[in-house]
Write a protein that binds this ligand. Structure first.
Ligand SMILES: [Zn+2]
Length: 167
């Protein structure tokens, strides 16, 4: 079962994991607070937290997916992961480049729910998502990946774009 919602039980389950629905300001206010306390170090803190969150979730996700046996199935795992992310109301995710030979990937989010909170800020703001993407894709294909946000709607770009390479 991909998504299960029971209002009576106060329960939402997405891809096998109990999930919570909160306004994006719950996350951005936390992010802002860490920025105030830690300065630029907030980026590394949120990146690492997002990366760890997806590394922890990957085994549950993999149970719902195919076991990778070759490059083709790794591509399928990445596409299924991106489909799961599309259920999370964080914007519309898309992978525009999958190069398994050189471990080079491009990932986009249109209308990011979090980045929209920072419109007009003039800088990249999606370090948490960058970490999630690194940890998520890396766990799916069994590789250590580094992810960098290269476009962000908070920076005036049309969408948020992330570039991934082998770490
Ligand atoms: Zn962004």
């Amino acid at each position: 079962m991909k998504v299960m919602v029971s209002i009576e039980k106060g329960l939402v389950v997405i891809a096998g994991e109990r999930s919570i629905l909160i306004p994006p300001s719950f996350i951005t206010l936390l992010q802002d607070r860490v920025m105030q306390e830690k300065g630029e170090a907030w980026r590394k803190i949120f990146y690492r937290a997002g990366e760890k969150a997806m590394e922890n979730l990957a085994p549950t996700y993999k149970l719902l997916m195919l076991i990778p046996r070759n490059s083709a199935s790794k591509k399928k795992l990445i596409e299924e992961l991106v489909e799961i992310w599309s259920w999370m109301s964080c914007g519309r995710p898309e992978v525009t480049k999958i190069d398994l030979k050189s471990n080079h990937f491009i990932f986009r989010v249109y209308g990011s729910t979090i980045a929209k909170q920072y419109l007009g800020r003039g800088e990249m703001m999606c370090d948490y998502l960058a970490g999630m993407v690194a940890g998520g894709l890396g766990s799916m294909i069994g590789e250590s990946l580094k992810c960098r946000e290269v476009k962000c709607i908070a920076n005036g770009d049309e969408f948020c774009e992330f570039e991934l390479k082998g770490a």
